[in-house]
Write a protein that binds this ligand. Structure first.
Ligand code: DGL
Length: 248
């Protein structure tokens, strides 16, 4: 599994919880954020990340990053002779069951239109409104998950949205579930892309590919200490043994 940084550990948490998967995780912290970068740059980084992971003899590649999933999934499937899973399609399939859906994500994810395109594949009658929420990423990394500043930013981004379901289209947003729920109200279904991926794997009968003994090996392209410190917030527990890698 790879992500631009530590955020993808929110997806690791879901896979460990559901399948106790054995995971080699790469967090490309030296080059994050991906969410503000061009499609070509994110594509290039994604191919390099997958190249690194493919050397471990893995059974599948999971793109935990919404931004990378939204621009690189087809190229990854073409390049690697392995099953490649992203986080866009599963959330889009769930969202297509609603009439009015909002998608929030990084600027690059929203600009790619990946979610509306996939939702349209499953439903012709689902209305989709998108909203980039770039400030949510640094607020989460700052640990301000329940802070008045975060509430003010969330009100500004989401206050006028009106929908039945909201896709949390970024690795970091599940950590703001409480704030987002308070602004959107209890009647709005929040779709977490990691949860949606787990559901999709179950529906497709792919549990076997993901069952393991819960071993997690983490690689990072920048400080191991920072990765472990920030990452524990996303994984929901402390961990160590993070290794540094230079992708060249
Ligand atoms: N992991 C990214 C995503 O899910 C968020 C952080 C970044 O912009 O790199 O889109």
């Amino acid at each position: 599994m790879f992500d631009s940084g530590v955020g993808g550990l929110s997806v690791v948490k879901q896979l460990l919880g559901a399948f106790n998967s054995d995971i080699v995780y790469l967090g490309d912290t030296a080059r994050l954020p991906y969410g503000t970068k061009s499609k070509d740059t994110v594509l290039k980084y994604s191919l390099q990340n997958a190249e690194f992971l493919s050397k471990f003899g893995v059974d599948a590649i999971v793109v935990a990053c919404n931004t990378a999933s939204s621009v690189a999934i087809d190229a990854l499937r073409e390049r690697f002779n392995l099953p490649v899973f992203g986080v866009i399609e599963p959330a889009a399939r769930l969202a297509a069951g609603f009439k009015k859906v909002c998608v929030i994500g990084t600027t690059s994810t929203i600009q790619s239109n990946a979610y509306p395109k996939k939702i349209a594949k499953y439903s012709a009658s689902c209305g989709v409104v998108q909203r980039p929420c770039p400030l949510f990423v640094p607020l989460v990394e700052e640990g301000w998950l329940d802070d008045e500043i975060t509430y003010a930013v969330a009100r500004r981004y989401l206050g006028d949205l009106n929908c039945e379901a909201l896709i949390l289209g970024c690795t970091h947003y599940p950590l703001l579930r409480g704030v987002i729920r308070d602004i959107m109200g209890d009647g709005v279904r929040l779709i977490d892309s990691g949860e949606a991926l787990v559901e999709e794997l179950k529906v497709r009968g792919l549990e076997g590919l993901f069952k393991g003994s819960g071993r997690l090996i983490c690689y990072t392209t920048d400080s191991e200490e920072k990765f472990a410190r920030l990452g524990s917030m996303f994984l929901g527990k402390q961990f160590n043994g993070v290794k540094l890698v230079d992708l060249g």
